[in-house]
Design a protein around this ligand. Structure first.
Ligand code: IPE
Ligand code: IPE
Ligand code: MG
Length: 260
């Protein structure tokens, strides 16, 4: 942990004790499904895009708090391969918001020693959005404190198909060199073809807005992750809600199929 719990959580609400968090058991990788922006806006009779904009502050706070706690990887689900089905206006607005936010935040993230990278198919994004992510990656690639992984145009099934295709290509190359293309494949070899090849699996997946599904998120990687759901809508998520989720995570008995 980089800062003390008192510093990270200065004004805990009644009944929430930051000291209950075990600093030695902070997950290395936290994956978040940021959900509920639309409902947050609807409750206030606002356009859905206003909900997405309000969600940016929650992202900022989550990044800061996670990196203060010593989380090494924070993956945020920002746009799924299925989200293209949304109204054109919302998709365009989201792409614009990603580009603007990335440009506005990259210097601050760099100062915080945060490395930014993406998972997903960037080739389908508008040029401005793709370039904003690429520039953020270029600028921050040597940073070491925490890696912020933005899942954008990300779909787990698509990712798994790509990994399978990579395996087929490797087998064909092996055969061409006179080797045995039917040699058994290991999980580690297969995972090399995923976007997350060099990222450890998340110990915990947090989903906001009360939904209890994965929505095509990191299906391979979350095989043994703890799933933590909170009813809080994403724009209302803050460090104290993150603390609650991590306390819930730390209360779980992780057995990995064995007997304890
Ligand atoms: C999550 O909020 C953000 C994205 C998927 C981009 P939603 O937009 O899904 O919000 P709800 O689920 O409609 O409330
Ligand atoms: C999942 O949320 C995708 C992101 C958070 C980017 P959705 O709101 O798109 O998921 P569903 O449609 O409720 O499953
Ligand atoms: Mg949603």
């Amino acid at each position: 942990m980089n800062k003390t719990l008192d510093y990270i959580f200065p004004n805990p609400p009644k009944g929430l004790d930051p000291a209950a968090l075990d600093p030695r058991a902070i997950p290395e990788h936290v994956a978040v499904i940021m959900d509920g922006n639309g409902r947050w806006a609807k409750k206030r009779a606002l356009n859905r895009l206003k909900g997405h904009k309000a969600g940016i502050e929650a992202v900022r706070e989550t990044i800061r708090c996670a990196s203060d706690l010593g989380v090494r990887y924070l993956t945020i689900y920002s746009f799924s391969t299925e989200n293209w089905k949304r109204p054109q206006e919302e998709v365009v607005g989201l792409m614009d918001l990603f580009a603007k936010t990335m440009l506005a935040e990259v210097n601050g993230l760099h100062e915080e020693n945060v490395r930014v990278r993406t998972i997903g198919d960037l080739s389908a994004l508008p040029a401005e959005t793709r370039e904003a992510f690429e520039e953020a990656w270029l600028k921050t690639r040597d940073n070491t404190r925490m890696t912020l992984v933005v899942a954008v145009n990300y779909g787990s099934r698509q990712e798994i198909l790509h990994a399978a295709e990579a395996c087929v290509r490797r087998a064909l190359a092996t055969a061409a060199e006179g080797g045995d293309p039917t040699a058994p494949l290991t999980e580690a070899e297969f995972a090399q073809g995923l976007y997350t090849a060099d990222i450890p699996d998340p110990e915990v997946v947090i989903r906001t807005s009360g939904e209890m599904r994965l929505s095509n998120y990191l299906l391979w990687q979350v095989a043994y992750s703890e799933f933590v759901a909170t009813d809080v809508l994403w724009p209302d998520f803050d460090r104290y809600e993150l603390l609650r989720c991590l306390l819930e995570f730390q209360s779980r008995d992780r057995r990995f199929g064995a007997v304890k």
